[in-house]
Design a protein around this ligand. Sequence first.
Ligand SMILES: *Cc1c(COP(=O)(O)O)cnc(C)c1O
Length: 374
Amino acid sequence: MGIPFNKPYLTGKETHYIYEAVSSGKISGNGMFTKKCQQFFEERYGFRKTLLTTSCTDALEMAALLLGIQAGDEVIMPSYTFVSTSNAFVLRGAKIVFADSYSNNPNIDPVQIEKLITNKTKAIVVVHYAGIACDMEAVMALSKKHNIYVVEDAAQAIDSYHQGQPLGSIGHLAAFSFHETKNIIAGEGGLLAINDERFVERAEIIWEKGTNRAAFFRGEVDKYGWVDVGSSFLPSEVVAAFLYAQLENLEAIQAQRKHIWEYYNRAFQAITDKVQLPTLPNYATNNGHLYYLVCNDLDTRTALIQHLRAQNIHAVFHYLSLHKSPYYQDKYDGQALPNCDHFSNCLVRLPLFFELTDAQLEKISQAVLDFFGE
Ligand SMILES: *Cc1c(COP(=O)(O)O)cnc(C)c1O
């Protein structure tokens, strides 16, 4: 039996809660389970307001609508990220301005951001890669100084912190993912966190197809209608019920994932002269989302992935830089992004999922050490 890269973990309560949701007779969105999930996030992490969405992609699209992004606006973000970070803003006609990563960390480098700010810059989107915080102190200082919004793509960053503050609570808006590859899953699902009071009311309207339906159901208005642009961003209660079962087990899931992360990190201390391990800045925590190694070059990485594959261990590379993607390369007129290219060519992710056993961890770690001749 091989070791897959990912295996979705079920706590056992998912189908029970789905059954409950279905038999309650209320299975469209914004019902009891949706409220329970949103309340969980608001209470545990202090987000001003949260809205469950059908994906992180949707939450990012809501963010772009809320910020009023229009044709000609510039949005700064890393190139080393998933397409949705960029697509949400491209859909509104924005010009994407890619900033490079640090040399020792795939996260966006605020020094590079500052050089790219113009009077057209409307937003900075940061991505907390591997659930490890970006330097939010520097990013928020740029936001204040230049009057620019900050969106946190916190897809990978549940239950992770920057100087003790939960990720997703620092930018004006933040987006989380519950895709089956993330720590907490719902198949497909996401969450928009709204930290800036000015966006709270409109966010709910955009979420409910441009209507004030949510206010109507709270009895705040006596009829509801079309009041703004919007779309159907809310998931059904079936999704929320699944998610709630996961959230109830957050502590156990996080503890096990961090155990795996730390196991790898200890095992690979022996090869730090041959491969780069994740860097954890002193302001950041690790949430056990993913464990990666950065090889010195593409050939080494290809050989490492093949070496592991020969032992039925599935390790995978990550992110082809967006500025070199088939869709964007002829639209990109910016600078070379050498650090981003380096991670695209050299980074490899190891299996990390709840049910990974210590015996499997031992096997994977030994296979990596063998490859590097240890
Ligand atoms: C997973 C991920 C997304 C997309 O999440 P979905 O819920 O699948 O839409 C966006 N950004 C980053 C950084 C991700 O890792």
